[in-house]
Design a protein around this ligand. Structure first.
Ligand SMILES: Cc1ncc(COP(=O)(O)O)c(C=O)c1O
Length: 398
């Protein structure tokens, strides 16, 4: 099945293999954004007139749609943010700061993204809590056994990604949450690389906090989600104060905030973006998240089989079942490989992929990452393989 008619960018001659960074957008998302500006460009929560009420209703619809997508108990557990990064900062600074005490332990891994690690570092420094790393196996995956080994009576938080953005391994989240809850530990899951690619059910997995970004799942940039169980989310301190989130204030500095989710959404949200995100979810639902996952696994297998037949290609995550292929060309600096592929109009990401600590265990500083989504094709992969099947990559990258 071709998706060319739905995605304007697929009509260009670019081969886009950087879907972990952001995905392409279908016409339905682009049109919805433009529809907002053309037909009901009003603010939300404030209108005593029809077009503002339309915006309110549409926002609620999207909030409910997001809730159904991850199976939250209530739409009030869905907070709109600017992206995963803001969502992670909001939980870590707005909740963990008060929750953690000196010598409490936060468990994470060396494979995590800067957007999780850096706020954790800051909060650990502020509270004198400790950040501890759960050991990864030699193939850099995380086992339940190593999670269990790392937990002790001081462990208060487990914070990690569901699917990592370099190796792409899928963590056993349901088992981690079960074990954590039996030991009084709160679990924060960075779902930036999982929610767009496979079913994430917060209820079934019993996740306490989940974060993800719309732009990594066909939606616009500048929109993200923080999901939290009501009992925890209601304790998150707003980091930004202002209009839309207060119920009352007076000259004596008496202040009352609104209930969830508005309490955590001060100021004017990215309204057109949120409405566009609703269309992105419709698109994904129409294909089916399980079919998306199946297609990515099939494409990756096809790509890895062909790459394995080439000389000098090192693949770091051959056996991981999703669309992420992290590799190097032996003897060629990763940046040069990307520059060479760029000349062939093939987009891959190169560097440390914001997971800077991973290089301590991976043994190399920089890698190339091709990340696939359901709209990529075997024909595109054939062109990529043809480009890589070249002894002169270094020379031709210049
Ligand atoms: C695992 C992971 N977490 C967090 C982020 C940050 O997402 P955003 O830039 O949308 O806030 C990314 C982005 O690549 C990611 O891959």
């Amino acid at each position: 099945m071709s998706f060319k008619e739905d995605f304007p960018m697929l009509k260009s001659d670019i081969i886009y293999f950087d879907n972990c960074a952001t995905t392409l957008k279908p016409n339905s998302v682009i049109d919805e954004i433009s529809n907002y500006y053309k037909n009901y460009s009003a603010n939300a929560h404030r209108g005593d007139y029809d077009i503002s009420r339309v915006v309110d209703e549409k926002l609620l619809e999207v909030r409910e749609k997001v809730g159904r997508f991850i199976n939250s108990k209530s739409a009030d557990e869905i907070v709109f943010t600017s992206g995963t990064t803001e969502s992670l900062n909001l939980v870590i600074k707005g909740f963990f700061e008060d929750y953690l005490k000196a010598n409490d332990e936060i468990l994470t891994t060396k494979a995590e993204h800067a957007s999780l690690i850096l706020p954790l570092f800051e909060i650990a420094k502020k509270t004198n809590a400790k950040v501890k790393y759960i050991d990864l196996k030699d193939d850099l995956t995380l086992t339940m056994e190593n999670v269990v080994k790392s937990v002790n009576k001081n462990t208060k938080v487990i914070a990690l990604s569901h699917i990592t953005n370099v190796i792409g391994d899928v963590r056993p989240i349901k088992e981690i949450c079960k074990y954590a809850h039996e030991h009084g530990i709160i679990v924060l899951i960075d779902g930036a690389q999982s929610v767009p690619h496979e079913k994430v059910d917060v209820n079934d997995m019993d996740i306490d906090f989940l974060t993800f970004s719309a732009h990594k799942m066909l939606g616009p940039t500048g929109v993200g989600v923080l999901y939290g169980k009501e009992k925890y989310l209601s304790k998150v301190k707003p980091l930004i104060l202002g209009g839309g989130m207060n119920a009352f204030f007076d000259s004596l500095m008496n202040v009352e905030y609104k209930d969830l989710p508005e309490k955590l959404e001060a100021g004017t949200q990215n309204l057109s973006g949120i409405l566009g995100f609703g269309k992105a979810l419709d698109y994904i639902n129409e294909i089916g998240i399980d079919n998306i996952h199946k297609k990515e696994v099939e494409l990756k297998k096809y790509m890895v089989d062909k790459m394995s037949k080439l000389k000098n290609i090192i693949i770091y995550n051959k056996d991981i079942e999703n669309g992420i292929i992290t590799f190097n060309v032996d003897g060629v600096f990763a940046q040069d490989v990307a520059a060479y592929l760029n000349k062939k109009k093939i987009c891959v990401r190169v560097g440390n992929h914001c997971a800077k600590i991973l290089s301590e265990v991976l043994g190399v500083k920089n890698t190339c990452r091709a990340s696939l989504y359901f709209y990529n094709t075997k024909e595109e992969i054939d062109k990529f393989i043809e480009a890589l099947d070249n002894d002169n990559i270094l020379y031709e990258s210049l």
